[in-house]
Design a protein around this ligand. Structure first.
Ligand code: COA
Length: 192
């Protein structure tokens, strides 16, 4: 068991992006994020999502992942404000699944991409990861574009695979290996 470290990159003139352990006062931002239609459409956040759930997420669920080494989750903090959660879910044997979701206020700023670069650098260096996998419901172009920017290679579509509120949705899957360049591997093939 180890607590979440604090990670940051220094970029002059840019917002301060920090990955850190979740705190009780992140509950309000987490609650707001989970009311957002895109978060509800593309993640399996419970519906309705209550303030109690948000409190449990930041005080129990996320710290619990560090306690049992099942998920290394970080709060994304931008200029001192809660802006989302990013994580690596430990799949064992040097493998992890990347997961991310941002509060609407920070979208379109590039902060999520910076946070995910910090997360991946940390996971490959400090958890000896060899392969990180990304899954998304088909059609989630915002998530796919971020993964593409980070250097993930699209492996294809898996039919009826991701559980989503009682059904199985078709899924896109992509991978990033420890030695892969962290830049797009192909021309962008989605909508612009
Ligand atoms: C995925 C997410 C974290 C990305 O954050 P972000 O990078 O700040 O988001 P943006 O809105 O800037 O979208 C990223 C890019 O996708 C593009 N995009 C967004 N929606 C799109 C759509 N429906 N079709 C095509 N492109 C789209 C944006 O234009 C942007 O491109 P650009 O950077 O070239 O301008 C954020 O959208 C989110 O929290 N979504 C809900 C939760 C989620 O889907 N999590 C991932 C589950 S796999």
């Amino acid at each position: 068991m180890s607590p979440a470290p604090t990670l940051t990159d220094a970029r002059e003139g840019a917002p301060v992006v920090i990955l850190r352990a979740h705190r009780p006062d992140d509950a309000q931002g987490s609650y707001e994020q989970c009311q957002d239609p895109l978060s509800q459409e593309w993640t399996t956040v419970p519906l309705p999502y209550t303030r109690e759930m948000a409190h449990g997420f930041v005080t129990e669920m996320m710290p619990g992942g560090w306690s049992d080494d099942s998920e290394w989750g970080f709060a994304l903090d931008v200029d001192g404000r809660y802006a989302g959660t990013v994580s690596l879910r430990n799949e064992g044997d040097g493998r992890a699944e990347i997961a991310y979701g941002s509060h609407p206020w920070v979208r379109g700023t590039g902060a999520v991409e910076r946070a995910l670069r910090l997360l991946l650098d940390w996971g490959f260096a400090e958890r000896d990861l060899r392969t990180v996998v990304w899954w998304a419901n088909t059609g989630n172009w915002a998530s796919r574009k971020v993964a593409w920017r980070l250097g993930f290679t699209m492996e294809g579509t898996v039919r009826q695979y991701l559980p989503h509120r009682g059904e199985l949705r078709d899924a896109w899957v992509a991978t990033l290996l420890a030695g892969d360049p962290r830049e797009p591997r192909t021309a962008w093939d989605g909508p612009s």
